[in-house]
Design a protein around this ligand. Sequence first.
Ligand SMILES: *[C@@H]1O[C@H](CO)[C@@H](O)[C@H](O)[C@H]1NC(C)=O
Ligand SMILES: *[C@@H]1O[C@H](CO)[C@@H](O)[C@H](O)[C@H]1NC(C)=O
Ligand SMILES: *[C@@H]1O[C@H](CO)[C@@H](O)[C@H](O)[C@H]1NC(C)=O
Ligand SMILES: *[C@@H]1O[C@H](CO)[C@@H](O)[C@H](O)[C@H]1NC(C)=O
Ligand SMILES: *[C@@H]1O[C@H](CO)[C@@H](O)[C@H](O)[C@H]1NC(C)=O
Ligand SMILES: *[C@@H]1O[C@H](CO)[C@@H](O)[C@H](O)[C@H]1NC(C)=O
Ligand SMILES: *[C@@H]1O[C@H](CO)[C@@H](O)[C@H](O)[C@H]1NC(C)=O
Ligand SMILES: *[C@@H]1O[C@H](CO)[C@@H](O)[C@H](O)[C@H]1NC(C)=O
Ligand SMILES: *[C@@H]1O[C@H](CO)[C@@H](O)[C@H](O)[C@H]1NC(C)=O
Ligand SMILES: *[C@@H]1O[C@H](CO)[C@@H](O)[C@H](O)[C@H]1NC(C)=O
Ligand SMILES: *[C@@H]1O[C@H](CO)[C@@H](O)[C@H](O)[C@H]1NC(C)=O
Ligand SMILES: *[C@@H]1O[C@H](CO)[C@@H](O)[C@H](O)[C@H]1NC(C)=O
Length: 756
Amino acid sequence: MRTELVSPLLAMPLFWLCLYNNLVSVSGQCLEDQRSLLLQLKNNLTFTSSTKLKSWNPSNDCCSWIGISCDKEGHVTALDLSEESGTGALGNSSSLFSLQHLQTLNLAYNNFTSFIPSAFKRLEILTSLNLSCAGFLGQIPIEISQMTRLVTLDLSSTWFLPCEWNNELKLENPNLRKLVQNLTSIRQLYLDGVSISAPGHEWSSALMSLHDLQEVRMSQCNLSGPLDPSLASLENLSVIVLDENGLSSAVPETFADFKFLTFLSLSRCQLTGTFPQKIFNMVTLVVVDVSWNHDLQGFFPDFPPGSLHTLIVSGTKFSGAFPRSIGNMRNLSDLEFSYCEFNGTIPNSLSNLTELRYLSLSDNNFTGQIPSFNMAKSLIYLDLSYNGLSGSIPFSHFEGLNNLVTIYLDHNSISGILPSSLFTLPQLEDINLSNNQFGQLDEFTNVSSSQLYSLDLRSNNLKFAFCNLKTFPGFLSNHSNIEFLDLSDNYIHGIVPNWIWKLENLWVLNISHNMLTHLEGPLQNLSTRFSYLDLHHNKLEGPMIPSFPENLKYLDFSSNKLNSVIPRNIGNYLTFTSFISLSNNAFSGSIPDSFCNVSHLDVLDLSNNNIDGKIPLCLLEASTEILNLRQNSLMGPLPDIFSATCTLEILDLRDNKLDGKIPKSLSNCTWLEILNLGENKIVNVFPCMLMKISTLRVLVLRENNLDGHIGCPNTNATWPVLQILDLAINHFSGKLPQTLFKRWEAMMSAKSNVEN
Ligand SMILES: *[C@@H]1O[C@H](CO)[C@@H](O)[C@H](O)[C@H]1NC(C)=O
Ligand SMILES: *[C@@H]1O[C@H](CO)[C@@H](O)[C@H](O)[C@H]1NC(C)=O
Ligand SMILES: *[C@@H]1O[C@H](CO)[C@@H](O)[C@H](O)[C@H]1NC(C)=O
Ligand SMILES: *[C@@H]1O[C@H](CO)[C@@H](O)[C@H](O)[C@H]1NC(C)=O
Ligand SMILES: *[C@@H]1O[C@H](CO)[C@@H](O)[C@H](O)[C@H]1NC(C)=O
Ligand SMILES: *[C@@H]1O[C@H](CO)[C@@H](O)[C@H](O)[C@H]1NC(C)=O
Ligand SMILES: *[C@@H]1O[C@H](CO)[C@@H](O)[C@H](O)[C@H]1NC(C)=O
Ligand SMILES: *[C@@H]1O[C@H](CO)[C@@H](O)[C@H](O)[C@H]1NC(C)=O
Ligand SMILES: *[C@@H]1O[C@H](CO)[C@@H](O)[C@H](O)[C@H]1NC(C)=O
Ligand SMILES: *[C@@H]1O[C@H](CO)[C@@H](O)[C@H](O)[C@H]1NC(C)=O
Ligand SMILES: *[C@@H]1O[C@H](CO)[C@@H](O)[C@H](O)[C@H]1NC(C)=O
Ligand SMILES: *[C@@H]1O[C@H](CO)[C@@H](O)[C@H](O)[C@H]1NC(C)=O
């Protein structure tokens, strides 16, 4: 239940926009020509889910319409039709381009599906043009480069914004240099997702002519490297976002010279070298994301007090210690270091970061104890999994984390008492404490209603004291949202109480590898979502409960001590089950015909029981892939009814009392990889018809009554992947045919990991 954390997109400060647009707040009465231009615009396009346009009532002053601002003479100066689902071609002749007083135009998030009209250049005094995710496609026209008053230009469109179109715009001719050459007033240039495809020196020098540039966003532009050290001459640059470009370059030391840099994002850029430590000392920095640059090395310096809010280096070769001084970054909210090479302890100073919301340190080599997080009241996500953390967790560590949704501490060596305080956190949905050494759960009664849907306590040393039912972690009975519960591989004794079947949202229950002895029924109250029940490797004894939830997909009762007959109607309950294993028990009686009513049965394993009688015909006709009936007392001949649609991959009937012949129709099973008929009483000659099965890897016929010659003189067919052929202890006679053995090439290769 591990998910890669997607860092929340941070809302960008927009105060620059406000500073430079000089929007006049006193607006006059709308002029008649302006009104009619706007109404034409409205009529000529289709706006499917419009909200703003609804207010465009012809009888009102058009300057009061939503999305419109006017100057005091009544000219429209700003038009915002973003997120109106506008469709239709916006052509050169659109009335939009007659709104000559427009300074700000926002058409973001629409559906225009056309080229960008060159008529935009008629909007001569426009300072802000936003066509982000507007559905425009193709080459960006040269006329945009003539809009020299532009301060803000947003042509971004890419999936992460998110918009419907991806990389539909391109800058070939004109290229980036030509486009921006005369846009010397530009402060915000957003081109995410525009196909620019330029080498490092080219796009860098194009940007360097823009002296006022403050924000550049060019993610997913197919830019190449290197990152040019002289970019630092753009001294007003405060936002640099170049994610997902194949830069294959080191980050220049000069990047630490930016005076106003707040936002640096270079995720998935194939960065190399060592990230300049000095950059972490820049007091202006708010966001640094250099994640998923697998070859990027780096070390943290001693952090000075700073304004850092987000620090993401996951998926890099950052290594060394995690400095105590992180506690100086009091604004830190999002800290992600997963999949790096850090070691040493997690500093206690983290406890001083009261603003923390996302903390992800998984897959490193951190050791020592877990610090307390009870000061970080905003914490939502905590992932410390896959480290070498040890010690116990004091009860108070997670107290009062009323926003915590996810906690992963799995795959460490944490021991002691499992802090039940966790289970009272009101927003908690997903807990994974598996693969640790928790020995005990402190018992707990006062459980508030919780969102918990996933609890994974697999592979601990948990012992629940089982004097009464309430102690099969009884507090869970109040967690009706639980969907996923994994308590496998612990030391739980005693009874599985029936309240567990009443958890109305449960769909995965794994309590395998414990020491449970009884199930308390009935099972029929289970939710219709319940689909996975794994009880294998326990000490369940006595008869099997003859009822099951109706939508079960996976049922594993193997390796227990169940000793009844298999309930006759079992298959009527398990109509949709694809995996059933009852192996390694002491079931007796015959195989119920009702298994044939299971419509999607892929795997049926009844091996190693005391089952007798004949194999139901319908079971051999069913579309199972794996049928394992090994080590029982099944009798009679194997019926000759395998049809051309046979889907069997493994058929294991070893160690039964089958007699008769090997059915000819088995040659219809052309997917068969393993056929084990050993230790039966089959009478036959060498089964040449099986030569038709080219997928066969293992064929075991040992200890039967086969006779005659080995080999098939009348066929050129071969078993090209056969690795094991066991014919021992039969009555074969004559010579071994050389030609046959020469053709079994797979058997000659050294590796054979197949169990016979
Ligand atoms: C827009 O609609 C008007 C009528 O409302 C029509 O005269 C004009 O040709 C249309 N313009 C375009 C570009 O479709
Ligand atoms: C955008 O337009 C395309 C084609 O005209 C259409 O398939 C799609 O559903 C539209 N999307 C929205 C959000 O209107
Ligand atoms: C707009 O007019 C220009 C010529 O001025 C032409 O090249 C272009 O194709 C036209 N664009 C559209 C979308 O009609
Ligand atoms: C463009 O408009 C969209 C939608 O309103 C907005 O999210 C985005 O920040 C705008 N771009 C700029 C540069 O302001
Ligand atoms: C930029 O402006 C110069 C001088 O006005 C002009 O010669 C040149 O053609 C313009 N370039 C573009 C790409 O518009
Ligand atoms: C990316 O740029 C390279 C050259 O820099 C070019 O060969 C390649 O076709 C571009 N890829 C795309 C998808 O535009
Ligand atoms: C940076 O911005 C300031 C204030 O807007 C301006 O005076 C200065 O010239 C800019 N720097 C450069 C290198 O253009
Ligand atoms: C963690 O430490 C162990 C032993 O010191 C070492 O073998 C392993 O490579 C380290 N893992 C990482 C990701 O650094
Ligand atoms: C961390 O790893 C480095 C390099 O592998 C090693 O020299 C150092 O001793 C390790 N530190 C700790 C505390 O394990
Ligand atoms: C937390 O901050 C306080 C005040 O700056 C400091 O005295 C204390 O040592 C810090 N705690 C930790 C665990 O670093
Ligand atoms: C294979 O299946 C077909 C159709 O079910 C059947 O007619 C045929 O006899 C089978 N082949 C053999 C060799 O029995
Ligand atoms: C086996 O192959 C040989 C030579 O390719 C051919 O003459 C012969 O007819 C084949 N035998 C059968 C049974 O297909």
